[in-house]
Write a protein that binds this ligand. Structure first.
Ligand code: ZN
Length: 309
């Protein structure tokens, strides 16, 4: 059953970064990685492997999240999958159709596919109703290769956003492709294309915030930062303060990377963590200003609304 959220539009909470791992969508390599991650956290692997849409919407309801972006992944250049990238996009569209008011689907398309990438983008937007594109450069490509420019031109024409992975990733993936500086190049060359960089580019956080600061069309999400808030809240607050000083809070959007971090923090705890964010004593003693309600509302949904809705 779809529950209608009672949140006011200006208090809308939007999760811009989430995955669904249902059945055949979980690759063996990914399954092993997720299982080992759960073991490390002494958590039940089911928590990270159970990525059904029903569970997601249940947890969104508990957390008060109005809308969530679910991202298809095109991993075929690196991992052998049981389904094709088109079938993955179909699955995401199916899930969105189950919960049209709550889920927003992004297509997973690797731009190395050339002409096929353009065809799939047409199909995903026109036939499947997907609203954006997820890029996963850690499978082995620099997002700013000139060969991909026809693809970005079409994305820009369609006026849909890109969510591009930046920063670290799972085992057997490549870090060197994931620097925010590569996003800078396409942001400059396609100024009307909105781009969300995932994970604040961690470990290249300052680089990510700089890219978001110099390009009006670039944002960054805080997905995967649940563990920083849980285990190092001082660093979490310092990072957001750095964002406030460089790109401004207007460029920061909420994301969870659900269900990956559910053993660390539930969606409800993650949302409440931002809502109730208070500076730890050392920062208070230094006279740093607390995050205002307006800033928290911007992070939780207002900024994403400008990109997605
Ligand atoms: Zn992700």
């Amino acid at each position: 059953m779809v529950l209608v959220s009672k949140s006011l539009v200006n208090k809308m909470i939007i999760d811009t970064h989430c995955h669904l791992w249902e059945g055949e969508l979980v690759l063996e390599d990914l399954r092993n990685y997720l299982t080992s991650m759960a073991k490390l956290l002494k958590a039940d692997p089911k928590l990270v492997l159970d990525g059904r849409a029903e569970r997601l919407v249940d947890e969104m309801n508990t957390a008060g999240i109005d809308k969530t972006v679910i991202l298809a992944l095109d991993y075929e250049f690196l991992f052998r999958g049981r389904i094709t990238f088109q079938e993955y996009n179909d699955k995401v569209a199916e899930m969105v159709n189950q919960f049209t008011d709550r889920l927003i689907g992004f297509a997973g398309i690797d731009p190395r596919r050339g002409e096929k990438a353009l065809e799939e983008l047409e199909r995903c937007t026109e036939k499947l109703g997907l609203k954006g594109v997820k890029l996963w450069p850690l499978t082995g490509f620099y997002p700013d290769e000139k060969d991909f420019y026809p693809f970005y031109k079409l994305v820009e024409e369609k006026n849909i956003p890109i969510l591009c992975h930046t920063g670290s990733g799972p085992v057997k993936t490549y870090l060197k492709y994931c620097r925010p500086a590569h996003v800078d190049t396409i942001a400059v060359d396609f100024p009307d294309m909105k781009i969300i960089m995932a994970h604040m580019g961690d470990p290249w956080v300052r680089e990510a915030l700089t890219v978001a600061a110099k390009n009006p069309n670039v944002y960054t999400d805080i997905s995967a930062w649940e563990s920083v808030l849980r285990f190092a809240p001082l660093i979490f607050c310092q990072t957001l303060m750095e964002a406030r000083m460089t790109c401004g809070i207007d460029k920061i959007v909420f994301g969870s990377d659900w269900p990956l971090f559910t053993p660390v923090m539930s969606l409800e705890e993650w949302v409440n963590g931002i809502k109730n964010l208070e500076l730890p004593p050392p920062l208070q003693m230094m006279g740093m200003p607390e995050f205002s309600e307006t800033e928290k509302e911007k992070i939780l949904g207002k900024n994403a609304q400008k990109i997605l809705l």
